[in-house]
Structure formats: structure tokens, C-alpha cells
Design a protein around this ligand. Structure first.
Ligand SMILES: NC(=O)c1ccc[n+]([C@@H]2O[C@H](COP(=O)([O-])OP(=O)(O)OC[C@H]3O[C@@H](n4cnc5c(N)ncnc54)[C@H](OP(=O)(O)O)[C@@H]3O)[C@@H](O)[C@H]2O)c1
Length: 274
């Protein structure tokens, strides 16, 4: 990592813990990381495990940093931003990064000022195990150096994908953000299918999770389309063909398309709440 800045995280929840853990693991110096949180338990843990700087005072960490990650729940964002706006004079000189779901960039301009530089990031929970898929979006307020800084930081917990606007980020959120839940639902249903036929539940889980991981790894390493990969493991007249036919008859692709649309709609409804 070439660009090392003082970076402050407001809120020491699950996402902050995974992002900071990943950044430190990939070589980001802990003494450049500042974290604030109202209660001390998570702060103490991160300080002792990683050696980062901690405080119960948001203003202290913001004053110490050039890049600020807003990582509180969306319903607390207005209050947290208002406090910063009241007490920090040079917010426009700092790079603001927000990971909150549902709050759009124009709203942050209302909260923090028209002149802020801001990047929205939508991480997902596999970031906790270093296999995240983070979506990023920014407007013209940020330059390429700011973009690569944030890209590198989030590459510490998985992969990053820049999208062109916030509508695209809603779609990314509905697929990558919510996706782990869809895959867990699908994995659970496959395991239950095996158990219903008399298979041991623990073995069913082991077999499903490894199959899912293996399929994802094959998809990542192959140049073939997902459809061609599926065809490759589906011999005509074989047992896989029968299984796939069952999914196709029940129109799995329509179910997935509806699920994504429903999650996008919900993202857009939530955006109106803030
Ligand atoms: N989890 C996900 O999959 C996911 C995915 C994408 C985006 N996000 C976004 O990431 C953000 C954080 O999510 P999370 O799952 O990490 O939530 P979380 O575990 O609940 O963490 C939020 C943290 O904020 C702290 N906090 C509360 N009030 C604060 C204040 N005034 N100043 C500073 N910190 C304060 C809380 O401290 P206490 O516990 O002491 O109250 C808590 O540690 C949310 O906006 C969410 O939308 C999450």
C-alpha cells in the first residue's frame, strides 16, 4: 500500500472490526488508524489485538485523521454528522467515506456541507472472513488518488467494484450486500433436501458448503460463462440434468430476478427515510 493516511472510523461495530482487521493484516500501519465508539469493550479489544488508536470521543479521532469512515447505523447518521459539522472546521479538507446502507450522497452534503469530498462504500458480511465484495461510488468531488486510496483499503477485506452512480449501488447492494443471505437460504434448502432423504444433517452441511465454495472458486478461475460452466457439469440424460431441469421448470431465474427487484425497491424506500 503506497498511500498511507491517518484514517478514523466512527463506530467500532462488526463492519469496522472486519475492515480494520483486514487493512492491518494487509500492512496498513495500526498507528495510522483511529477508532471511536461510545462504549469501551470493542475499542479495548481492537487496541490490544491490533494496536490501533481508540477514543470515546468522535471529535478526537476526526481531528487526528485525513480520511473519516462513517460506520454507525443509518438511523444515527444525522446526529453523528451534525455533531461533526458543529465542531470540526476543516471537514472539507478530509475525505469522507461512508459505509451506511440507504443514505445517499446529497443527504451527506446536507448533513456535513456542500463542499465535502465523499465516497460511498457498500461492503458485505463476508468481509468478516476477508472475502467481501464491496461496491464503491463517488461523485466529482473526489479525485483518482482518493479513489485508489479507498480501493486499496477495502481490497484488504476482499474485492472492490466501482459503479457509476447510486442507482447502480442499490443494485449491487441487492445482489452482493443481500446475496450472502440468498446463498445461505439456497444452501440450507439443498442440505435439507439431502436430510429429507435420510442424510446426516452435519454431513449435509459440510457437503453443501464445500460444494458452494468449490463452485464459486471454479467460476472465479474459469473464462467460461456461468451458463457454460453449468453445461459442462450437466451430461445429457444424467442425474445433474434432471436436477437442473427441476430448477428450470420452477423458473429459478425468475425467482432470483424478483428477489433482486424486491431488495432494490426496499433500498430505494429506505433511502427516502433519511
Ligand atoms: N453488517 C453489514 O453487512 C453491512 C453491510 C453494508 C453496510 N453496513 C453498514 O455499516 C454500518 C455499521 O454496521 P455494523 O453492522 O458494523 O453495525 P454495528 O455492529 O451495530 O456497529 C455500529 C457501532 O456504532 C457505535 N455507535 C453508536 N452510536 C455512536 C456514536 N454516536 N458515535 C460513534 N459510534 C457510535 C455502536 O456502539 P455501541 O455498540 O457501543 O452502541 C456500534 O459499535 C451501518 O450503517 C450499516 O448500514 C453494514
Amino acid at each position: 500500500m503506497n498511500d498511507i493516511r491517518n484514517i478514523a472510523f466512527i463506530g467500532a461495530g462488526n463492519m469496522t472490526q472486519s475492515i480494520v482487521g483486514g487493512m492491518c493484516k494487509s500492512g496498513y500501519p495500526a498507528e495510522k488508524v483511529w477508532i471511536s465508539n461510545p462504549s469501551t469493550g470493542k475499542l479495548d479489544k481492537m487496541k490490544s489485538e491490533l494496536g490501533v488508536n481508540t477514543s470515546q470521543d468522535n471529535l478526537e479521532v476526526v481531528n487526528a485523521a485525513d480520511a473519516i469512515v462513517l460506520a454507525v447505523k443509518p438511523q444515527l447518521m444525522a446526529e453523528v454528522c451534525d455533531h461533526l459539522k458543529q465542531h470540526i472546521d476543516n471537514l472539507a479538507d478530509k475525505l469522507i467515506i461512508t459505509i451506511a446502507a440507504g443514505i445517499r450522497i446529497p443527504k451527506y452534503r446536507q448533513y456535513l456541507g456542500d463542499d465535502i469530498k465523499i465516497i460511498r462504500v457498500m461492503p458485505n458480511t463476508p468481509s468478516l472472513v476477508g472475502q467481501g465484495m464491496s461496491g464503491l461510488v463517488a461523485d466529482d468531488s473526489v479525485n483518482d488518488a482518493d479513489k485508489s486510496y479507498v480501493t486499496e483499503a477495502f481490497n484488504g477485506v476482499g474485492e472492490t467494484l466501482w459503479v457509476s452512480d447510486e442507482d447502480q449501488l442499490d443494485i449491487l447492494g441487492a445482489v452482493a450486500g443481500s446475496g450472502p443471505a440468498y446463498f445461505f437460504e439456497f444452501m440450507d434448502s439443498l442440505a435439507k433436501g439431502a436430510v429429507e432423504l435420510g442424510f446426516d444433517p452435519e454431513k449435509a452441511r459440510a457437503m453443501v458448503q464445500q460444494t458452494c465454495l468449490g463452485a464459486a472458486q471454479m467460476a472465479k478461475e474459469s473464462d467460461l460463462s456461468l451458463e457454460d460452466l453449468r453445461k459442462q457439469v450437466t451430461s445429457k440424460g444424467g442425474s445433474t440434468a434432471k436436477g437442473v431441469e427441476t430448477y428450470q421448470q420452477r423458473e429459478l431465474h425468475n425467482i432470483s430476478a424478483d428477489a433482486v427487484k424486491a431488495a432494490v425497491n426496499r433500498n430505494q424506500e429506505m433511502a427516502k427515510l433519511f
